[in-house]
Design a protein around this ligand. Structure first.
Ligand code: ATP
Ligand code: MG
Length: 438
């Protein structure tokens, strides 16, 4: 047998005319018109048409064509032919058709049908939903985001770390902890790498980052909360102020969004997403002013209250009118921030910030309290038992440099960048109060 090239739908071009090829994929659509049969074969890259005129095709191939169920996996051996009607300008005339895996009938949901499928149905049968190129495009973009983050942080002297996800105490408040049995002890799923990345600041690994799962038992159903998300955390020592941290995040998010615009044109087109590089430097809004701004828009927030979903959205609208997609909110009351944040002495505020993107928080961070006594005092003020955090506090007693850092939700970034209606669209198998399967 002469050499036959294994091809993808993408690699076939009219220049292949008359050569023998093998293409494999899912049978997206089959039409048997009596004298001729058509098969639209889909793979990761696109679609190629297989055309079988009865007169010039082996009877066994015609037979398989006639009984082929949609979404079966097939391998087609045949001759490429230039064709003006076929997508991509080339079609395949089959000499052999093998069914590698027949799809059962009926399908749990359609892949190409234009009817609107309920999100729950899509997530129940996510493998099928992801056969749609636009559903997959989100994850190709997410993968690019992660690669771009890696590159930016490594270029800036950061070391990638992995901290435990099975932990003995939480850092972000008890309400959202998942508890589990750990041999004869109680353990929790990590809400964030906070305590560990801070401990590393006392080691000489003075710039670290982690991209990994974080778990939060979020009691409410929203389009921006899930119980398992990918957190991008960074921590850096010897900072002069939180500005050093903000500069790093700003540089990174700009590199990521710019990189996606450059590298993911095809995916953005599939999604109909119009991504633009946010205006930089990102404007800074003091928390107090943010409260005033949303109250001017009709809210009735008291000072000290969380902006909440509604407040963030309204602030996003005001900022959008000024052409700003990314902006900082800082000077939060220390009361509203976790124990590890540094207080701004003589004021009720803290050295902390949020980064909001188109009306939604995507990151929180700030300067940390690195002074042992002050840290213990802050824990006590928050009703925490310092004894439960001994392993962490010890790292502050023997030489801890000033430091600061951030946590940024990867799926929130992807959601806002692509204007996805729900964070779940950026998660392959989302987890929430109701969903634990698939
Ligand atoms: P929010 O106020 O929006 O609930 P948070 O302030 O509780 O978020 P942080 O503790 O600041 O969250 O976590 C840092 C980042 O992690 C957030 O800015 C967000 O991007 C992401 N994040 C936090 N909780 C969730 C969640 N349940 N689902 C998805 N992403 C999350
Ligand atoms: Mg936050």
């Amino acid at each position: 047998m002469s050499e036959v090239k294994n091809r993808t739908s993408m690699s076939l071009t009219p220049a292949d005319a008359d050569s023998e090829v093998v293409v494999q994929g899912w049978a997206q659509d089959v039409r048997n018109l009596g004298g001729i049969s058509f098969l639209q074969l889909r793979d990761r890259y696109g679609i190629v048409q297989v055309t079988a005129p009865k007169k010039r095709t082996a009877p066994e191939v015609m037979e398989i064509m006639a009984s082929l169920s949609r979404e079966s996996v097939v391998r087609v051996t045949g001759t490429a032919k230039a064709s003006e009607q076929a997508k991509g300008g080339v079609e395949v005339l089959p000499t052999r058709l093998e069914v590698l895996s027949a799809a059962a009938v009926p399908l749990p949901m359609g892949v190409i049908d234009k009817v609107n499928v309920e999100p729950d149905t899509r997530f129940d049968h996510r493998f099928m939903d992801l056969r749609k190129p636009e559903a997959r495009a989100v994850f190709e973009i997410k993968s690019t985001v992660l690669a771009l983050i890696d590159q930016y942080l490594v270029d800036n002297g950061f070391v990638e770390i992995f901290t435990p996800k099975l932990v003995a105490s939480g850092a972000e408040g008890g309400a959202t902890l998942f508890e589990l049995r750990y041999f004869d002890k109680t353990a929790y799923l990590a809400q964030s790498p906070q305590l560990y990345k801070q401990m590393l600041m006392s080691t000489g690994l003075d710039r670290v980052f982690e991209i990994g799962p974080a778990f939060r038992a979020e009691p409410s159903d929203t389009v921006r909360h899930v119980s398992e998300f990918i957190s991008f955390d960074g921590e850096m020592a010897y900072i002069d102020s939180q500005r050093d941290v903000q500069r790093m995040i700003e540089g990174c998010t700009q590199a990521v969004i710019g990189g996606v615009i450059e590298r993911c044109q095809k995916q953005l087109e599939l999604l109909g997403a119009n991504v633009s590089l946010p205006k930089a430097p990102y404007p800074i809004i003091a928390y107090q002013d943010a409260v005033e701004m949303v109250n001017d828009e009709g809210m009735k927030l008291a000072l000290g209250e969380d902006l909440g979903t509604e407040g963030e959205k309204l602030l996003g609208e005001v900022m959008a009118r000024q052409g700003n997609e990314m902006y900082w909110i800082e000077e939060y009351p220390e009361e509203a921030k976790p124990f590890y944040i540094m207080e701004k002495d003589g004021t009720p505020y803290s050295y902390s910030f949020d980064l909001d993107y188109k009306g939604q928080e995507i990151s929180s961070g700030g300067q940390r309290e690195h002074r042992y006594d002050r840290l213990v005092a802050r824990m006590e003020k928050k009703g925490l038992d310092p004894a439960a955090f001994n392993f962490y506090l010890e790292a502050f007693r023997f030489g801890m440099p000033p430091h600061g850092g951030w946590g940024l939700g990867i799926e929130r970034l992807v959601q806002k960048m692509l204007d996805l209606p729900n964070i779940r669209e950026a998660i392959l198998f989302p987890r929430d109060r109701i969903r634990l399967v698939p």
